[in-house]
Design a protein around this ligand. Structure first.
Ligand SMILES: NC(=O)c1ccc[n+]([C@@H]2O[C@H](COP(=O)([O-])OP(=O)(O)OC[C@H]3O[C@@H](n4cnc5c(N)ncnc54)[C@H](OP(=O)(O)O)[C@@H]3O)[C@@H](O)[C@H]2O)c1
Length: 267
């Protein structure tokens, strides 16, 4: 990890969005960040499964934190719907009420693992994948930036990326190319907006439904072997372990603009 910058204090009133907060890493990030937020903080949790979002919200809710959630398909939502979701969550608040405005772009999917890379040709399927994992992430981020423009220097953006954004993995062309594009967008944004803190956090291999999806869907032998051995050797991280590390990296603030920081990187 690159050298120092100042630490990040989340103990003031904070507005915080977590996308993909209904399970897995997103739920764990929401629960961990909620513990750090100061009085009068507001969290907005997004995903499709409302009942699971409600459970995450109850994990986050406290004397300091009001946690609300909205069921939304982030692969299909229009720009206006995304804008409305954020604006509606702020009813009764002004953006200046918050000392920190934080967003975790955690939503993600693996794409079609049942096709060899050399056989990919369905551009509609690819476009759908890129909608959820890249294009709509950018749209949501832009709505966030617009709404909090008056307090832009209070914005912190965390993109949940992957080792696959910087290292090719056989059998995961959708995922690797999508993660690379998404990470690069946040790096470019960080170059342009030096006063906004932008972190690309790579959570390591984590025991979530994504791992089961690889094991059932992957046609690439190498990919299945890698994940089977992760599982059999018990090396998969628990979601709360990586969420705690993410908070540690964030709070230490030692990352350069848009830096890719992995769970296993030295501090
Ligand atoms: N697990 C790993 O080993 C690993 C490693 C590196 C990076 N990551 C990254 O970490 C992030 C979280 O992964 P995870 O392992 O926790 O996956 P997960 O358990 O599959 O969770 C994905 C989350 O995204 C939400 N989501 C999926 N499609 C959506 C849609 N169309 N609209 C709104 N929300 C949607 C899901 O909620 P609903 O189904 O309720 O919509 C869920 O909350 C992803 O960006 C992933 O790429 C994971």
């Amino acid at each position: 990890m690159a050298s120092s910058s100042c630490s990040i204090d989340l103990s003031g009133p904070t507005y915080c969005i977590v996308s993909g907060a209904s399970q897995g890493i997103g739920r764990a990030i929401a629960a961990e960040v909620a513990k750090l937020l100061g009085p009068k903080s507001l969290m907005l949790l997004l995903a499709r499964k409302a009942d699971e979002l409600a459970k995450t919200a109850s994990m986050c809710q406290s004397d300091n934190v009001k946690a609300i959630y909205k069921s939304i398909d982030l692969g299909k939502a229009s720009t206006k719907e995304m804008n409305d979701v954020i604006v509606n969550s702020l009813e009764g608040y002004k953006v200046t009420d918050f000392a920190t405005c934080l967003i975790f772009h955690n939503v993600g999917s693996l794409g079609n693992l049942a096709i060899e890379t050399a056989r990919i040709e369905d551009s509609n399927e690819l476009a759908q994948y890129y909608d959820l994992n890249v294009f709509k992430v950018i749209s949501l981020n832009t709505q966030f930036l617009k709404i909090f423009e008056a307090v832009e220097d209070r914005i912190i953006i965390v993109n949940i990326t992957s080792l696959c954004a910087i290292k090719p993995m056989s059998g995961m062309a959708y995922y690797c190319s999508g993660k690379a594009a998404r990470e690069m967008y946040f790096k470019v944004l960080a170059e342009e907006k030096k006063h906004i803190k932008v972190l690309n956090y790579s959570p390591g291999p984590v025991e979530t439904s994504m791992i089961d999806y690889v094991l059932t869907e992957a046609v690439n032998d190498n990919l299945r072997d890698v994940f089977t051995s992760f599982k059999n050797q018990g090396v998969l991280l628990k979601p709360d372990m990586t969420a705690r590390k993410c908070m540690k990296v964030l709070q230490a603030g030692k990352f350069t603009p848009g830096e890719h920081v992995d769970y296993f990187d030295d501090e």
